[in-house]
Design a protein around this ligand. Structure first.
Ligand code: ZN
Length: 232
């Protein structure tokens, strides 16, 4: 079951989901589903390890709760060094993926992401206009993955002082900026408004400094482009 916090209030637990076969693992057709334990919250996972030797593979071809994965290698294992089972971690990842899919199924996540992303884009674009930075900053991308890019002043070379100044000023206001803005299910309208406000104040600071005085407002060395020519 997904954590209670992921379920809408009063919602019935989602129906058991199908566990698809994944690379390195295979789930036989008769054992490819998860099911609720009698009266309990635990789910039983029916997974076999797909890349073990035939001897261990026989031992692992069983249903088991994720808390008790198959014990391999078994006596007679043909793998030099012995087959190993890393299933507990993998099962946790699958459980997280299943819980996420349950939420996607039971809640209007996509609508939420697009709604908040659109709100963010409209707010950031308004902030760009308000700061008079239309020639310097572009806000684009899909709404849930909004990208805010800034053009660097001519003196910058491989350094990114304008981006750094935005980063610096937004960080002071509790918002992490690196260009990409991923909206997630847990974000609220207040979060978006907080980000828009931080952008507005960072843009105002940048507008004071462009085009020649950006360095003067930096409180640390500017970030640089990752890929730089080091020889000609
Ligand atoms: Zn083995």
């Amino acid at each position: 079951m997904p954590p209670a916090a992921l379920l809408p209030a009063g919602a019935a637990p989602p129906a058991p989901a199908t566990l698809a076969a994944s690379e390195g693992f295979e789930a036989p057709p008769e054992a490819s589903r998860t099911s609720a334990e009698p009266g309990g919250a635990a789910r039983r996972y029916h997974i076999i390890v797909g890349d073990t030797c035939p001897v261990c593979r026989g031992a692992a071809r069983i249903s088991f709760p994720r808390e008790r994965p198959p014990q391999i290698p078994v006596a007679g294992c043909r793998e030099p060094g012995g087959c190993r089972c890393s299933l507990p971690i993998f099962a946790e990842e699958l459980a997280a993926a299943l819980a996420t899919l349950d939420v996607l199924e039971s809640e209007t996540v996509h609508k939420h992401l697009w709604h908040l992303g659109t709100r963010l884009q409209e707010g950031v674009r308004a902030a760009i206009r308000h700061a008079g930075l239309g020639d310097w900053i572009v806000c684009g991308g899909a709404a849930p993955w909004t990208i805010v890019n800034v053009r660097e002043p001519a003196f910058a070379g491989t350094a990114l002082p304008a981006k750094t100044l935005i980063q610096q000023e937004m960080l002071k206001r509790g918002v992490l900026y690196n260009g990409s803005n991923f909206v997630c299910s847990a974000h609220t309208e207040d979060d978006i408004d907080e980000a828009i406000a931080a952008y507005g104040q960072a843009f105002a600071r940048l507008a004071q400094a462009l085009p020649d005085d950006v360095d003067a407002l930096l409180e640390a060395a500017p970030v640089s482009q990752i890929f730089r020519m080091i020889a000609r």
